[in-house]
Ligand binder design. Sequence first.
Ligand code: CAA
Length: 283
Amino acid sequence: MAFEKVGVVGLGTMGAGIAEVFARAGIRVIGVEADPEALARGRGHLERSTGRALDKGRLSAEERAAILGRITLTTAREDLADADLVVEAIPEILEYKIALFADLDRICKPDTVLATNTSSLSVTAVAAATGRPGRVIGMHFFNPAPVMKLVEVVGTVMTDEGLPERIAELSRALGKTPVVVGDRAGFVVNRLLLPYLNQAAMLLERGVAARDDVDTAMRKGVGLPMGPFALLDLIGLDTSYEVMGVLFDETRSPRHAPAPVLRELVTAGLLGRKSGRGFHGEE
Ligand code: CAA
């Protein structure tokens, strides 16, 4: 079965970016949000992102209209009944994901593949909440989704044979490079990246170096496109904090204990770009 009609649940930064990636590849998308306000924010993400590409001459007005025309926005989950694939991109709270997957299992036709874009939570736990654990998989995109080329394809012990390769093939058709990985906290990228970002926050807390000097050091010394504080703000401090918590829960290693400053900023509602201020912003 080809993936001709794809649902995306949750149209925040990641979900809207994922919807755009599918629509750019010519695939029909149904984007679902919980309420009209969230749906309007999702539409705003899509219009801004494709509008920027138009301004830069990367898309013609006709191409942009065709991409947006392939995306139907709705608050009715039932509209996903005949989707071939549904990608979930809601907040990183396991209880929410389990409840959503149980509902998608009820709504969608039996052969619909259900994918989670989780950054670190257990794909196995989400799969076990459904009556089709063999057709549940991780499909992890990176921020910004329209730009970053990687997709981590996460299989579990229950995944149907051949499904990881089908999702890898779909990822290639989207212009992405897939890697197939196992269901362990943080998979590969976040298992390696988040402890580094967390250590940057620790250095700042200990007064070893100033924020901008840490960012400059890693950009100029290592050639990274962004320093760790700029990247934390891009990923979102809430997501970063949650991923560190999941790594710590699984490994119990003190190296994975979330930096207290992350918790402090999240508690204060300073989440990075999505809230206008995190380590950087409004200064
Ligand atoms: N949405 C859509 N397109 C975007 C974008 C966004 N949010 N941000 C940038 N772009 C596009 C721009 O339009 C531009 O496209 P064109 O080349 O077609 O003009 C291109 O990306 C480059 O952007 P800019 O020239 O504005 O800026 P840049 O060269 O500094 O690149 C960046 C911006 C791509 C974000 C770059 O800084 C970068 O690669 N940063 C690192 C990002 C990263 O590491 N992401 C992974 C985070 S970890 C993660 O996501 C995992 C997780 O689960 C937490």
